[in-house]
Structures are given as C-alpha cells and as structure tokens.
Design a protein around this ligand. Structure first.
Ligand SMILES: NC(=O)c1ccc[n+]([C@@H]2O[C@H](COP(=O)([O-])OP(=O)(O)OC[C@H]3O[C@@H](n4cnc5c(N)ncnc54)[C@H](OP(=O)(O)O)[C@@H]3O)[C@@H](O)[C@H]2O)c1
Length: 324
C-alpha cells in the first residue's frame, strides 16, 4: 500500500442505511468519519455526535467542499444517486454510492464517465459482493465444486405493512421492488452467469405506479435463473445455486449470509462464515484498498459490472413498464 494513513469518510443522507454503515465504519481501524451532512441541522448534529464525526453540515454541498473528506458515502434515495455522485466526483471526492447505481443506464454511464474524467474512485455499494460467504461461494463455484452451473433460484422479498408514505413505494424517489431489492437476486445471477440472452419479467403494481412484486426469468445459453423481488409476502430468502454435481445454498437472508451449505452426493456440508460487523465493513475495506492503490474502480465490483447490472435492470424496467 502506498499510503497507510487513515481514509477520511463523509456520509450524506442520514437515514436507515447511513446508520448501519456508520456503525460498521467505527470498527475499521484506519477509517475515520470526519463529516456528515443532512438536509436537517439537528439530525446532522445528532448523527455526528453519535458516531464521533468532527463536522456536521446542513447541506450536502457543504460536505463536498470539506477538504478533509477523501470519500463520500451517498446514502440517499435512488433518484438522487446520479446527481450527487457526479457532484462529489467533480469536487474531487472518491465515491461509494448506495445501490442501485441509478434509475437509468444513461445516468449510470454519466457517473462512470465522471469517475474517469476526475480520476476519482467510484463504486456502487454492492456490499453483498464482499461478504465472506459470497466470496467463498464464488471461489468454489469457479473451481467447479458443483460442476457446471445450470439453475439459480433467489429472491429478496418481505411483507411491508405500511406501503403508503414509504420511500419504497414512492415513485419520485425511484421506489419499487425491482430497484430497491430486485437488484440483489439479479446481482447474484449476473456475478455467476453473466449477462443473460433473454429476460422475461412480470409485475404487480402499487397505485403510485411502482412495482410491488416482480418475478424474473433470466435465460442463458446453458442455464436459467428464476428470481423474485417483492414487498407483499414473507420469504425464506435463501439463494440456491444448482450445478451438474451439486447444489449450494446461501444461508438466509442470503444477501448477508453468515454461511452456506454444499449439498453433494446425498451429504450436506455446512460452512459458518459470519460477516465482520453488520456486513458493510467489507465494502468499506475494498474502497480503502482501491484508494490506497490509486485505483478508480474495484476489480471485484467494477464500473463495467455496475453498467452491466444497470443494463439488465433497464431491460426489466422497460418490460414491466416502469417509468421514472
Ligand atoms: N445496502 C443495504 O443493505 C441497504 C439497505 C437499505 C437501503 N439501502 C439503500 O440505501 C439508500 C437509502 O435507503 P434508506 O433505507 O437508508 O432510506 P432512508 O432511511 O429514507 O434514508 C434516506 C436519507 O436520504 C436523505 N434524502 C435526501 N433526499 C431525500 C428525499 N427527497 N426524500 C427522503 N430522503 C431524502 C434523507 O437524509 P437527510 O434528511 O439526512 O438529508 C434520508 O434520511 C437507497 O439507495 C437504498 O436502496 C441499502
């Protein structure tokens, strides 16, 4: 590593995930949370106090101008990811932006272009890519542990009691099951099988116009994936990956799995691999590694990976008639 100094973080949009992420950031020895920004002064001060951040701002722009900040974690709703990421990059900041990268493929392209133009690190916060269980499962599958991959079945669905007044069903904020949680099973299928040859998707809708439930079939040359995302039912949230010589199940909830099982020859082998903290520290450590090595993208979740996933999501968005 060229620079062993602390990486100085700023966080904007101090809601649910910002709290989760900040809780993990304090576990990382060479991470320092130096600034936080909210649209609300009291909220910014309270958050700064809770996580020991030096500076609290009542505007995101003020944080972008804080010279101490190396990297901005963007934890706002989907509709603002593109604009805020580009602004942060223009201000010379590295960026970790929450998933989904953007509401359109063309916005995702603009974000990547800004990273390249300003020579600053940019990554979509696909934390699941970096958790130990997923890392090890990918390694084992790539080494043929379950033979040739033929079928994936994964979902991310839970029952949402209050659909009204919720970010998840708010069309203006880029809500809906596909963009909020559907990107996870799509990510799994993409990281294992690549871009599909054909996609079939069907949805049910909220009155706001966003999808409440979306089921997707991804058809590949030699494999298929059946994926689901929704806010209207409970689910076991296991991911099952089947090959010619066995099957792997990531423990529920699979996107933050604390282990996995390999089912082979009528035998189950269980592996216990808990996450560090809540699971967000792994992606933060990847940002550190890339920044300290002058990389503007991660090799594990690259710009092209985000663009490919965005293209898959865009095709489904068009099929189910979702317009933002
Ligand atoms: N990786 C994960 O596990 C995970 C989990 C949940 C969500 N997420 C992602 O994280 C992002 C935020 O989700 P969240 O659940 O944290 O949402 P949230 O609790 O609603 O927080 C979002 C924050 O964004 C800010 N914001 C800026 N413009 C806003 C607007 N027009 N309306 C509402 N809030 C606005 C607000 O912060 P201020 O008031 O402080 O400005 C708000 O607290 C989304 O991209 C979501 O998909 C990721």
């Amino acid at each position: 590593m060229k620079n062993a100094n602390k990486i100085k973080w700023g966080i904007i949009g101090l809601g649910n995930i910002a709290n989760q992420f900040a809780t993990d950031l304090v576990l990382i020895e060479n991470a320092s949370l130096v600034a936080v920004a909210s649209r609300n002064t009291d909220k910014a001060n309270e958050f700064a106090q809770k996580y020991n951040a030096e500076n609290a701002y009542d505007s995101y722009d003020a944080l972008f101008q804080d010279e101490q900040v190396d990297i901005v974690y963007i934890a706002t709703p989907h509709d603002s990811h593109a604009e805020l990421s580009i602004k942060a990059l223009e201000n010379g900041k590295h960026v970790l932006c929450e998933k989904p990268i953007a509401l359109s493929y063309s916005d995702a392209e603009k974000m990547i272009e800004a990273s390249r133009k300003h020579n600053k690190f940019f990554m979509e916060a696909f934390w699941t890519r970096f958790i130990p269980s997923v890392q090890e499962v990918l390694y084992k599958i790539n080494n043929g542990v379950i033979g040739d991959l033929k079928y994936i079945n994964a979902d991310f669905a839970f029952f949402v009691k209050e659909l009204e007044g919720n970010r998840m069903t708010d069309k203006k904020l880029g809500g809906g099951a596909l963009f909020d949680v559907g990107v996870y099973p799509l990510f799994l299928s993409y990281i294992l099988l690549g871009k599909p040859k054909e996609i079939i998707a069907k949805s049910t809708y909220h009155k706001s116009g966003v999808d409440l439930q979306t089921t997707m079939i991804l058809h590949y040359e030699n494999a298929q994936a059946v994926l689901h995302a929704g806010f209207v039912s409970e689910s076991n949230m296991k991911a099952s990956i089947s090959g010619t010589e066995g099957r792997i199940e990531l423990n529920s909830p699979w996107f933050m799995a604390d282990g996995y099982s390999i089912f082979k020859d009528n035998h189950e082998a269980a592996f216990n691999l808990p996450t560090f903290g809540k699971g967000y520290a792994h992606e933060a450590l990847e940002c550190h590694y890339c920044i300290q090595n002058d990389m503007i993208e991660s090799k594990q979740w690259s710009h092209q990976n985000s663009l490919d996933l965005s293209a898959i999501v865009e095709e489904i968005k068009n099929q189910i008639g979702l317009e933002f």
